[in-house]
Design a protein around this ligand. Structure first.
Ligand code: ATP
Ligand code: MG
Length: 254
């Protein structure tokens, strides 16, 4: 029946309201990501960007008090994180800070198995890793490294991008706000996502960033400016350039 209808968005956020610790942090957030689109979310510190990223993936520390999150039309608002993961939602900053003694390869095998809901063999993981590391220009020795042990900012980002590539998500959320990344690490993210999109053109991406630098490699179809828990303005890539040039003052004063 839906053949000639408007295509269903990959991700739809509808008048989303979120509370943490009795404070309303998101106060009615609405936007839609169509298949293949890259959206950037920008905004001053404390605007609610990471809260949105967390809530999209079902972080238990937040309470949704209104609105809905839909993936391909299905209301996932109350779904637990792992079910969202299986359904193809991916959160890049979700890599386990606390895991030590786990190699990148072991970690990725666990993550792939969880996504598919069935055990993935070591051989399959290695083959997929070899393929993707070559595409992404990564050193094969990286797979033998232990997670987070002495990882530089750039290596953490490589791990995240590799994870994203292997998990083959429908929609990826990348929160690049507060990780103190240098220019090279930003490049890993921007060009890494671009490479993955070349092979997975339908993947949707929401990238949270303060830096227009990421958006050089990853040109956004839409840019949303969040101020005080609301989207104050949405526009094309030129909005990111305006923010970079003039800061957030013009919107804060309103
Ligand atoms: N779990 C929580 N409990 C209570 N308050 C929270 C929680 N998470 C976020 N907040 C508050 O919500 C507001 C928005 O925080 P959030 O981290 O989403 O901002 P942000 O836009 O990501 O900022 P930044 O650019 O610094 O990363 C802040 O005032 C923050 O203190
Ligand atoms: Mg943040």
């Amino acid at each position: 029946m839906a053949t000639d209808a408007v295509p269903v968005p990959l991700l739809a956020v509808e008048d989303l309201r979120v509370v943490a610790d009795d404070n309303e942090i998101l106060r009615g957030v609405t936007f839609e990501i169509a298949p293949g689109e890259v959206h950037a979310l920008m905004g001053p510190n404390g605007a609610g960007k990471s809260t949105l990223a967390n809530v999209l993936l079902g972080h238990p520390g937040y309470r949704v008090t209104g609105g809905a999150i839909r993936v391909k039309g299905e209301d996932v608002t109350t779904w637990p994180t792992e079910v969202r993961g299986k359904a193809g939602m991916f959160l890049a900053f979700q890599h386990p800070e606390a895991l030590s003694g786990v190699s990148v390869t072991q970690f990725l095998r666990q993550a792939m198995s969880a996504r598919r809901g069935t055990e993935v063999s070591v051989l399959e993981v290695r083959l997929a890793m070899t393929e993707w590391m070559e595409r992404l220009g990564m050193d094969p020795a990286f797979g033998e490294r232990y997670l987070n042990e002495g990882f530089s900012g750039g290596e953490r980002k490589r791990n995240e991008i590799l994870q994203m590539a292997l998990l083959d998500p429908e929609v990826a959320v990348l929160d690049e706000t507060d990780s103190g990344l240098d220019v090279d690490a930003l490049k890993v993210v921007g060009s890494g996502v671009r490479t993955v999109r070349e092979l997975r053109p339908a993947m949707g991406v929401l990238v949270v960033t303060h830096y227009q630098r990421i958006l050089v490699d990853l040109i956004p179809d839409r840019v949303h400016l969040m101020v005080d828990g609301r989207i104050a303005e949405s526009g094309g890539a030129e909005l990111a350039a305006r923010i970079e040039a003039g800061g957030y003052d013009a919107w804060r004063a309103r």
